[in-house]
Unconditional design. Structure first.
Length: 113
């Protein structure tokens, strides 16, 4: 496992698109170098364009949010460069779609495409 030194970049980090328990929106999880429960910040468009289970290789930075100059919440990974692992993309699969009835723009439903 890589250490969580804030501000440090890491290359060749494998990520997988998943549906997290208890949350409607899809998310990325690291599958090497970092704990799987570490949050990954990546564009919403990318998470909506590929089916669940798609894998990616990325360059990430370990980040930490701050409030009034003090760390707030756990460290997370921010994606700075990403490529899809083509062999992981299925012809058909479960894809996240934004639910227009969601008040805050963060509600999703899933369909098989």
């Amino acid at each position: 496992m890589s250490d969580l030194t804030i501000g440090e970049f890491h290359s060749e980090v494998l990520l997988e698109l998943i549906k997290d328990r208890g949350v409607s929106r899809p998310r990325m999880k690291p599958i090497n170098k970092f704990p799987e429960d570490l949050r990954v910040e990546v564009s919403r468009q990318l998470r909506e364009d590929f089916p669940l289970g798609t894998k990616f290789e990325a360059r990430v930075k370990v980040c930490q949010k701050h409030v009034k100059g003090k760390p707030n919440g756990p460290p997370y990974l921010k994606v700075y460069g990403i490529g899809v692992i083509v062999s992981s993309v299925k012809d058909k699969g479960i894809v996240a779609k934004l639910d227009p009835t969601g008040a805050d723009g963060r509600k999703y439903f899933y369909i098989y495409e």
